[in-house]
Design a protein around this ligand. Sequence first.
Ligand SMILES: Nc1nc2c(ncn2[C@@H]2O[C@H](COP(=O)(O)OP(=O)(O)OP(=O)(O)O)[C@@H](O)[C@H]2O)c(=O)[nH]1
Ligand SMILES: [Mg+2]
Length: 368
Amino acid sequence: MPKARYIMVGGFLGAGKTTALLKLGERFREKGLRVGLITNDQSVGLVDTTMLANHDFPVAEITGGCFCCKFNSLTEAADELNAADKPDVFLAEPVGSCTDLVATVAYPLRRLYGEQFHIAPYSVLVDPVRAERILGLASGKSFSPKVVYIYRKQLEEADVIVVNKLDTLDAERVRRLTAALMSEFPQAKIVCTSARSGTGIDDWALLIEGGEQGTRPAMEVDYDTYADGEALLGWVNVTASVNAPGLFDGNLFVSKLMTGLHTGLSGHGIEVAHLKATLSPYEGSDLAVMNLTRTDGNAEPSHILADELESGELIINLRAESDPATLREITEKVLAATVVGLGLEHDIEHAEAFRPGRPVPTHRDVTG
Ligand SMILES: Nc1nc2c(ncn2[C@@H]2O[C@H](COP(=O)(O)OP(=O)(O)OP(=O)(O)O)[C@@H](O)[C@H]2O)c(=O)[nH]1
Ligand SMILES: [Mg+2]
């Protein structure tokens, strides 16, 4: 059987990984290749899975821990996709607060399953505003030093750094940011993309679709600092049904909900890593998605519902630097107020708030 290609695309929360994987997936599909996507999160009820499935890609979801700590689930997910669709290309999105994925996923995958997979060079996406702040090129709110430690480690292990959201930058900012990245992370090739518009996706694909993951020694990682950094982030996942006596404007509902959450989080001085919400009717494949990727940014729609709906499933995923209980309280209060404000009703089907646990990788290969 010919080998499938395993392409893993990392990067911090909100950098645009899911958007970019959709574009890469579409590109491979246009070339006649079968594509399987693997999403990953610390828990269930994922906006990303809803989004990818809505684009008619087969998706396997690994929940309850990251790829590195659930290595066997990763290969099981690949088996599951293989049984149904036999993908030529697997596109995998690790959790955005994870690092050390080359040593704990890419190298072991090649060592143990090298007959099944070509392992592509590892790409790490960056949101330019976050990167400019963390690299000291711009002022503005950022995360605590231990979270920044994870951010920098993500870049240190990248074979390819993808400066995403190119559509938001002028040429001078692109030049300064790429120069700073090249100087601090000389091991990586740098490419610029707009996953939203598709600009640069071909250039990026050329770097990863034919190449193989290298064999250089794995970077050093202080797992205590890494674990502390992850534990500074609070995660909230809420799934609820939202109903109206008649039809309601779901885009307006999601927009009001995001505005309320943004105001609430900002009022508590909380730095948002990524807040995302989807609303989809129980019948059909219509979808609204809105995202906020930093507290001083703007909530933006990435999908808009075509029609009004009578009832639908709402999923909220919030990742921010704060205590999970506070994040959950803000989320549930704002949700309730938004629902009442629009004369709707809701029923929470699943809600949880937690800090990611200490990463304990199944494997760690210090060289490829
Ligand atoms: N302007 C602009 N926005 C983008 C681009 N790519 C992604 N985004 C937006 O960035 C936000 C986050 O995108 P996602 O693809 O969900 O990011 P992610 O890295 O998968 O986030 P997590 O899964 O939470 O780690 C969404 O609002 C996207 O529409 C881009 O090229 N340009
Ligand atoms: Mg994502």
